[in-house]
Design a protein around this ligand. Structure first.
Ligand code: FAD
Length: 430
């Protein structure tokens, strides 16, 4: 009896380890073979988190689910089976101690992604999985000779009883993730929600924004709004707000907040959403207005730039004030309309977005295998029995912060565990 795992990334290595561990104690011997096209396993683990690997987030299952928006509910059972705390405990048992940063991101204490990759690869191998590197799979099809599948690899077809597909999405294609799995699964009857870049820098901005390229904000809040149809009122609440670091670049916008909201922007026509930036999220609008009145009353001789520079870097304060056309004017003499425009620019600076940097620079892929067609308790396809699907190839994309590895680990764990159980049922049908 044989299980094939295709793709040795976070999901595939976890699935292989769990499947191999489970079949090792079964009465009938079984093989777990992992096929990986690269000459190294876990290439994305190695490059992740600036080669430090942010392997999960310090929160419970609910916190992880929230990061996946509508897809979050699908993850509930997988996160119950392998929650973030268990990922931390598993890596500790594999010799990788972790530390939590103030943002909740979890990294190996060594700050070396290679330690995470080596631990996971070693775990899969010691559990009994055979990991074949440099072996690109070209397709998967049902075995016409009976049950099971034929996996096309290295010019021939190899028969397997069960297959776990964990080949990732289309992002960062230089790593080998070019989206082949979508075609195989579509041919097997699955619906593929059109893949699109997510966690990706955004292209856009006005000339003055490009002029402050390189400027970083440690605390800003990016919000995505729908553009109201003609005649309809604009919505009062944004679709999503993410608070944290933000970066102005020569092409547009980057940093965690811009990247976190990018998937929502790519989900719609660029013209149908608006991105705004709150430059002073620590001050709600009413407190900002009060603060501004105080500034005008108590320090009316000061310039607007000097006052605003208390809230943000001076370079940005100068650029914003310049845009409103109030450079040099003393605060006390600012016309009310200008003051209001200035406060609006601080709380809701409009950031025009026209494109993204594409899959080449996207940390994850949104879209993928429709979640309706996969059983969330087992990760088995509802269309093709015996086929399991896990990791980023599913229609799941989470925020920056270790959420995406957590999803890959949890779905991979469930797929591996249940593939082994299914194999046991095939071996000893009741
Ligand atoms: C630059 C960058 C930094 C990131 N940093 C983080 C981070 O710090 N924290 C976090 O949570 N997420 C991070 N991510 C996202 C995270 O890497 C992915 O969500 C995660 O790797 C998905 O795991 P996966 O196993 O589903 O897919 P992948 O890791 O993409 O693994 C898929 C594997 O399948 C292999 N494969 C593909 N096609 C075939 C084929 N035809 N035959 C055989 N093998 C094949 C690939 O080579 C690859 O090894 C980052 C992503 C990038 C690009």
């Amino acid at each position: 009896m044989k299980i094939a795992v295709i793709g040795a990334g976070a999901a595939g290595l976890m699935a292989a380890a769990e499947a191999a561990r489970s079949v090792a104690t079964a009465e009938t011997p079984a093989e777990v073979v992992v096929w990986e096209k690269n000459n190294k396993a876990g290439v994305k683990i190695l490059m992740s988190g600036g080669t430090r690997c942010n392997l999960t987030h310090d929160c419970g299952p609910e916190g992880i689910m929230e990061a996946f928006g509508r897809g979050g509910r699908f993850l509930r059972q997988a996160l119950t089976a392998l929650p973030p705390s268990d990922v931390v405990a598993l890596f500790r048992s594999l010799g990788v101690a972790t530390q939590v940063e103030s943002t909740g991101k979890v990294f190996p204490t060594s700050n070396r992604a290679v330690d995470v990759r080596d631990a996971l690869l070693g775990y899969a191998r010691r559990s009994g999985a055979e990991v074949r590197l440099g072996a690109a799979v070209a397709g998967v099809r049902p075995n016409p000779q009976g049950a099971g599948f034929l996996v096309r690899v290295d010019g021939s077809e190899v028969a397997f009883d069960l297959v776990v597909i964990t080949v990732g999405g289309k992002s960062w294609p230089g790593c080998g993730t070019i989206g082949e799995g979508y075609r195989w699964l579509a041919e097997l009857g699955h619906t593929i929600v059109p893949p699109r870049p997510a966690l990706v820098p955004l292209v856009g901005g006005d000339r003055w924004m490009h002029a402050i390229s390189g400027l970083t904000l440690d605390d800003a809040a990016a919000s995505v709004w729908t553009v109201a149809d003609e005649g309809k009122k604009s919505p009062k609440k944004p679709l999503l707000t993410r608070r944290g670091g933000f970066l102005f670049t020569h092409f547009g916008f980057s940093g965690p907040t811009a990247m976190d909201v990018s998937g929502l922007i790519t989900a719609a026509d660029f013209a149908k959403t608006r991105l705004t930036l709150d430059l002073a999220p620590q001050l709600p609008a009413d407190r900002l207005a009060g603060w501004w009145d105080d500034q005008r009353r108590l320090g009316g001789h000061r310039s607007a730039t000097a006052a605003i520079a208390e809230l943000m870097p001076k370079r940005l304060a100068e650029a914003v004030v310049d845009q409103i056309g109030v450079v040099g004017a003393p605060l006390a003499e600012l016309p009310r309309a200008r003051s209001e425009r200035l406060l609006t620019a601080i709380k809701r600076l409009a950031l025009p977005v026209v494109a993204t940097r594409g899959f080449d620079k996207a940390e994850v892929t949104a879209g993928g295998v429709s979640l309706k067609e996969v059983d969330p308790r087992t990760m088995e396809s509802r269309i093709v029995p015996g086929l399991f699907i896990a990791g980023e190839i599913l229609d799941l994309d989470g925020w920056i912060g270790g959420y995406n590895f957590q999803s890959a680990f949890s779905t991979g764990y469930v797929a591996g565990t249940h593939a082994a159980r299914r194999l046991a049922e095939l071996t000893c049908p009741t």
